[in-house]
Design a protein around this ligand. Structure first.
Ligand code: ADP
Ligand code: MG
Ligand code: MG
Length: 929
């Protein structure tokens, strides 16, 4: 059978289904779905994403059969709507809308009112009895069509740098000024008619072609432009950020127009079935009387709230839909409940009221802040709309990040200077230097600066700048404006509709009540209250445990999680923070940081510079009391939980990078001549320090170091054990590639342990294990595991050495790799499962082949990244370890992994002593090979 390219929907019928998003795009599938569940939707049809694919394959040619299918669906649309396309008496107008599989807000362009021409205009005026409405629709059509179809889709670039939309908008503004009015709605039929004529002249003048005065030419122009816009600059840049594959393509929805601009009994609006910022179960939306299309989102007029319950200070004097048209409001509210029940999730909806009659134009799963995501998941579960599994799966681990993010310090806020107040569109605190264009935001943040992007309103052209900004501030727009939507999707602090700001983007300044803020000036924002402050306001750490929904959800997650989550920390304060976030141990305590404190570094340098064993030993042992104190602190905080301590790792010369005066001072302190010191420093210089004298190679060359560190750890453990404090130190030998390296170091540790146990007369519960971070170690893991009691995958180095990428120099080439799609992701952020992942799987499998109970974890940066955590669960690790602030994210990702790939055995106890079977039983286990 030939492919079906066009799917009709209308009345209570539809050829498509809600689950056909791949073919019909999200919008098309849901339009069909809404028809089927009896929600009023203007009739129309969806052209499939396959046509988009063919369009590109055939270099901009549409399949032949398409024309016929479109004409057939058009006839069905006409029948349902009781009007005819291109009919001089009772013309049907159409909208042409894009719709990819995943919603890409504002990325693709919509053309409304298609079908207005010299032939149909008189008929529509006659039929509607409203010339003003018809010319309003007409001038809108010309602007959208010129912009989307004639300019953007063709890649037209003007000589003066202005877009045709800008010029037309300017013309509209000029007319409003001349007529002495501020709102579009105050222009008369004659004004609008005249405006349309001006528009047509400008279009022909600028674009070299007339605006087509033919309904079918408009329709096909619109359809092609949607396909063309899939490869527009904005769409591509959004796809990169959101990792949407290029080959998906977009569908096109052609739909009968309903009119929100037909006078006072008409309106248009957008809404969320629950509050998308807080998650509160309140119907939340914005609407405008006598308006069309994106007027609400574009911030042309300040929209009004839907109901009394969601009025704010700024909208108190607005009339809500509930107050003006209770009947329509009640209908809309009923649809809201119906849609939530049907989709079992919060929906983002678009509606239009034409002369009192309500029509739904779109529904999709709504973007939400992390706060809202958590609260809604819990509340929907408690009201039995979804089950626990769904609640856990629905929140993205990264969304928790927001709840863990700092807020402005309320005390500091009180003292600070409030600059202005806007709508709180994205929560959390933001502090940064003001910049006024997206390009500046990008350039400044590349220099490591923290910026806040300030705009009148944002558009899809700004997404790159919005992405890098700490926070986004706009003078215009409502809670459903582009800025608000995008910021919420990313969990970014955002304030919109801050009317007091007078932004002059040309001079890169803004004036607020006489105060001038220039580019680079610091401002702070509270995205939860909408307040903007002058200067840098102090921030407070997040306190997620005060959030009852978060606590509940994390509790559910911990119930299903099957691996442990530890933290990377060496300072007791950090360890305590991690404990508060739910850490079950320490997976990596680095000891080198402990060496840098002023009173210690001198002994470290002395040790390094020593020329004979006796002197070195003496210097090293001076460090013992310091190290022991460190370990006492950290083992005590982590009482009852395992603590992995890594022996000294970095290249030695890092400790002796000294200026001349520092050399002289050191010389005085340790009584070695400056010349001698300099010679020794030169000797230590390495060409490739990351592959040089570091890791266990240090302890092999200078066994005193290992001995001292082992003693510090074990004496601390012995002391605490005597005090009946349970401690489980795990001593980790870094950078092992050959089992003999391990054996050499292990022998030292065991010998120290034996003597400490004898001296203190206690048995210490300790392990000796190794990092697996050199590819060779993964390959000979069976040999290493004969002696090593645990493995911890150091995936930073493993990635570095597996790829042969220098971590420190990656900035030079990785951006090209990502831009050209050579690598899908930065492998230092998310584990490269295909390649480096194999090294890990081999390491685990060989290691456990000689020691089945081998305890295995990960301590690289990846341990806090959701996709990597899931990978670690799948390959049978016992735990992941990450920085304190990532601990909740790792806990949550691990829970999701357990739901997706359940293991047969129970979770390990927090000291990791319970065996975890390595074979994951999940169905998808082998998929990733
Ligand atoms: P986006 O993907 O940017 O949301 P849409 O295709 O939803 O674009 O169109 C934008 C707006 O245009 C809609 O919110 C709606 O207000 C208006 N619109 C689209 N189709 C119609 C129609 N058939 N009748 C009336 N308004 C429409
Ligand atoms: Mg749009
Ligand atoms: Mg839409």
């Amino acid at each position: 059978m030939a492919k079906k390219y066009v799917y009709f929907f209308g009345g209570s019928k539809a050829e498509g289904r809600g689950n056909m998003k791949e073919l019909l795009g999200g919008k098309g599938a849901n339009l069909a779905d809404m028809c089927l569940i009896g929600v009023p939707v203007p009739a129309g049809f969806t052209i499939t994403t396959e046509v988009c694919t063919e369009y590109y394959k055939n270099r901009g040619k549409l399949p032949k059969e398409l024309t016929k299918e479109v004409e057939k669906a058009l006839v069905r649309t006409e029948k349902v709507m009781g009007k005819k396309f291109d009919d001089p008496k009772n013309p049907l107008l159409m909208s042409v809308r894009s719709g990819a599989r995943m919603s890409m807000p504002g990325m693709m362009d919509t053309v409304l009112n298609i079908g207005l021409s010299a032939k149909t205009i008189p008929g529509l005026i006659n039929k509607s009895g409203d010339a003003r409405f018809v010319y309003d629709a007409y001038r809108r059509l010309i602007m959208m069509y010129a912009d989307v179809v004639m300019e953007k889709a063709t890649g037209f670039e003007s000589k003066d740098g202005h877009t045709v939309r800008e010029v037309l908008e300017h013309t509209l503004e000029t007319m409003k000024r001349e007529r002495g009015v501020t709102e579009d709605t105050a222009l008369s039929a004659d004004d609008l008619k005249q405006l349309a004529e001006q528009f047509k002249v400008i279009v022909k003048d600028r674009l070299g072609k007339p605006f087509p005065d033919d309904a079918r030419e408009q329709l096909w122009g619109g359809i092609k432009a949607v396909f063309q816009s899939w490869n527009g600059k904005r769409a591509i840049s959004y796809r990169r950020i959101e990792s949407i594959p290029d080959h998906w393509g977009t569908a096109v929805n052609c739909q009968a127009m309903v009119f929100g601009n037909m006078g006072e009994s008409s309106a248009t609006g957008v809404a969320f079935t629950r509050d998308p910022s807080t998650g509160d179960n309140k119907f939340y939306g914005e609407w405008l009387i006598n308006a069309q299309g994106e007027d609400v989102v574009a911030g042309i007029r300040t929209p009004s709230p839907l109901n009394r319950a969601t009025k704010t200070e700024g909208t108190m004097d607005h009339k809500s839909l509930e107050e003006i048209n209770l009947k329509a409001y009640k209908k809309l509210d009923a649809i809201r409940l119906k849609l939530e029940k049907h989709y079992r999730d919060m929906q983002d909806i678009e509606f239009t009221i034409e002369d009192g009659v309500l029509w739904m134009l779109q529904t999709r799963t709504g973007k939400r802040t992390g706060f809202a995501a958590v609260r809604m998941a819990v509340e929907m579960c408690e009201s039995k709309l979804i089950d626990r599994k769904t609640a856990i799966k629905r929140v993205k681990p990264e969304q928790l990040d927001e709840l863990l993010h700092p807020m402005l310090d309320p005390a500091a806020e009180k003292a600070a200077n409030v600059l202005a107040k806007g709508l709180p569109a994205g929560p959390g605190g933001g502090v940064g230097q003001a910049v006024f264009t997206a390009d500046d935001a990008e350039a400044w943040s590349k220099q490591g600066k923290r910026v806040i992007l300030v705009r009148n309103e944002t558009s899809p052209e700004d997404v790159h700048g919005m992405h890098v900004a700490q926070a986004i501030l706009t003078a215009k727009g409502g809670m459903t404006s582009h800025a608000a939507l995008v910021a919420r999707g990313w969990g970014k602090c955002c304030i919109v509709g801050c009317a007091a700001l007078h932004i002059d983007s040309r001079s890169k300044t803004m004036t607020v009540d006489g105060t001038v803020i220039r580019e680079g000036d610091w401002i702070s924002m509270n995205g939860s209250s909408g307040k903007v402050f002058l200067g840098q306001v102090g921030v407070l750490p997040a306190q997620p445990d005060k959030n009852k929904w978060y606590k509940k959800l994390m509790g559910w997650a911990d119930d299903v999680r099957q691996i442990n989550v530890r933290t990377n920390a060496e300072r007791p304060e950090d360890a305590a923070q991690a404990l508060a976030f739910g850490a079950e141990g320490i997976g990596l305590a680095r000891t080198e940081h402990m060496f840098f404190e002023p009173e210690r570094i001198i002994h470290v340098r002395e040790m390094i510079l020593a020329t004979d064993v006796v002197a070195r030993r003496e210097a090293v042992m001076k460090l013992l009391p310091f190290q022991k104190k460190d370990f006492l602190g950290i083992l005590k905080v982590m009482a009852g939980k395992p603590v992995t301590i890594r022996l000294l790792d970095p290249p030695l010369h890092e400790f002796v990078t000294l200026t001349d005066s520092q050399v002289d001072e050191l010389s005085r302190q340790i009584g070695v001549s400056s010349a001698q010191i300099n010679t020794r420093i030169k000797q230590l210089h390495e060409l490739n320090p990351m592959l040089g004298h570091r890791g266990c190679r240090l302890g092999i060359a200078y066994p005193e170091i290992t001995e001292m560190q082992a003693r510090a750890i074990l004496e601390a453990a012995a002391e605490l054990t005597k005090q009946k404090i349970k401690v489980f130190p795990e001593i980790m030998i870094p950078l092992v590639g050959h089992e003999n390296e391990f054996l050499n170091q292990e022998a030292i540790v065991r010998e120290v342990a034996a003597s400490v146990e004898k001296e203190y007369k206690v048995k210490i519960d300790y392990l000796v294990g190794t990092m697996i971070e050199i590819p060779r170690a993964a390959l000979v893991a069976d040999k290493i595991a004969k002696q090593a009691e645990f493995f911890s995958f150091g995936t930073n180095d493993l990635t570095q050495m597996g790829f042969g990428f220098s971590r420190d120099d990656i900035g030079g080439f990785l951006p090209y790799y990502l831009e050209k799609g050579i690598l899908p992701l930065d492998p230092f952020q998310a584990i490269d499962q295909e390649g480096i992942g194999q090294l890990i799987e081999i390491g685990i499998q060989r290691g456990r082949s000689t020691r089945p109970a081998l305890k295995i974890g990960i301590c690289g940066e990846h341990g806090g990244e959701a996709s990597s955590v899931k990978f670690c669960h799948r390959v049978g690790m016992n735990y992941v370890s990450c920085s304190p602030f990532r601990v909740p994210i790792a806990r949550f990702a691990a829970a999701q992994a357990a739901l997706e790939w359940p293991r047969t055995s129970k979770k390990a106890k927090s000291n990791g002593k319970v065996k975890v079977k390595t074979k994951a039983k999940g169905k998808k286990k082998s998929k990733k090979k």
